[in-house]
Design a protein around this ligand. Sequence first.
Ligand SMILES: Cc1ncc(COP(=O)(O)O)c(C=O)c1O
Length: 400
Amino acid sequence: MTLDWLKPAERLSSLPPYVFARLDELKANARAQGVDLIDLGMGNPGGPTPAPVVEAAIAAIRDENNHGYPPFEGTASFRKTITDWYYRRYGVTLDPDGEALPLMGSKEGLGHLAMAYINPGDVVLVPTPAYPAHFRGPAIAGADIHTIPLKAENNWVIDFNDIPKESAERAKVLYFNYPNNPTGAVAPREFFEEMVAFGQKHQILLIHDLCYAELAFDGYQPTSLLEIPGAKEISVEFHTLSKTYHMAGWRVGFVVGNRHVIQGLRTLKTNLDYGIFSALQQAAEAALQLPDEYLTEVQARYRTRRDFLIEEMATLGWRIDKPLAAMYLWVACPPGMTASDFALLLLQKTGVVVTPGTAFGAGGEGYVRISLIEDCDRLKEAVDRLRQANIRYDSPSVES
Ligand SMILES: Cc1ncc(COP(=O)(O)O)c(C=O)c1O
């Protein structure tokens, strides 16, 4: 029986398909035809969750005190671990009772924050390209989204001159993210200072996504927005354990910052979920308490892959900027090709999966994102397949 009479809510039908879900379909078809895919499409970190975290989880699951509903605002112990971690990393003091809230992954919080603070028609500023939750969350809330173009000539850092005065005056919320997904760009501390001044001047809630807080290389140390004096009055910052600690499937993240904003998000979530399984919160504490040697190891793994793939791609004519953080290469399509044509060509001719830049908004046209989630042997195999298919940056034979 078809449900012709049952129309989804407008907020759902106005959403285009999530590109990663569409990619999954194409991948499933290719796999069904026996193709050995090299999947560099998702930001799903390769490698196991660190053993001390897994051990902590097993012990915590055995403890029946963890088997009931968790507290709405997360366990006091996890909140304290978050604020201790924050102080250790950034020298910023936060109140664990009100300025930190555990989340079932940061994506959940990014989306729900939009539901908590954005009314239909409210103006929201979002860079393009951007991580999809930064514009899909506001879109579901009915926002009037004004995009801010990120440009190669600005190293993909927002230029405040690109925000029309009228948009700045009407905006209620601004989402941003450095180190950046998908471009791998980082922003200097002065940029964060300018951002706080901009938010204060125009009374805009700043939402910073510091998902790649610890995946940085070559001595670069990402900036937390909350390090900037005055930031806490107008902003919140999102973090995740998915990437650094290889815990993407565990669904643990958190938000820190302005207590009123966090209280609003908490009120909404109180009506929607019960938060993270307490045992996983205990395991997440173990992750945030891992010694720095663990981080050095993870960073070295991504840096090695980054350098390797940049060199290999250079043999095919690509000149790719070395990102100082995150886990992606942002790669220009061969001249004349769109992002989705190029991604499709790679999938069909080589079985290599990359994400078309347009998955991150119109500003991602002309680029694809390659995730550094496979080891060097597999990356080499991917480049060899491109070579065999004569896919080069400047190859005239690259046609879809
Ligand atoms: C910028 C950014 N924010 C948030 C997320 C989602 O993280 P989580 O697993 O905590 O939901 C991702 C995942 O790729 C991301 O790239």
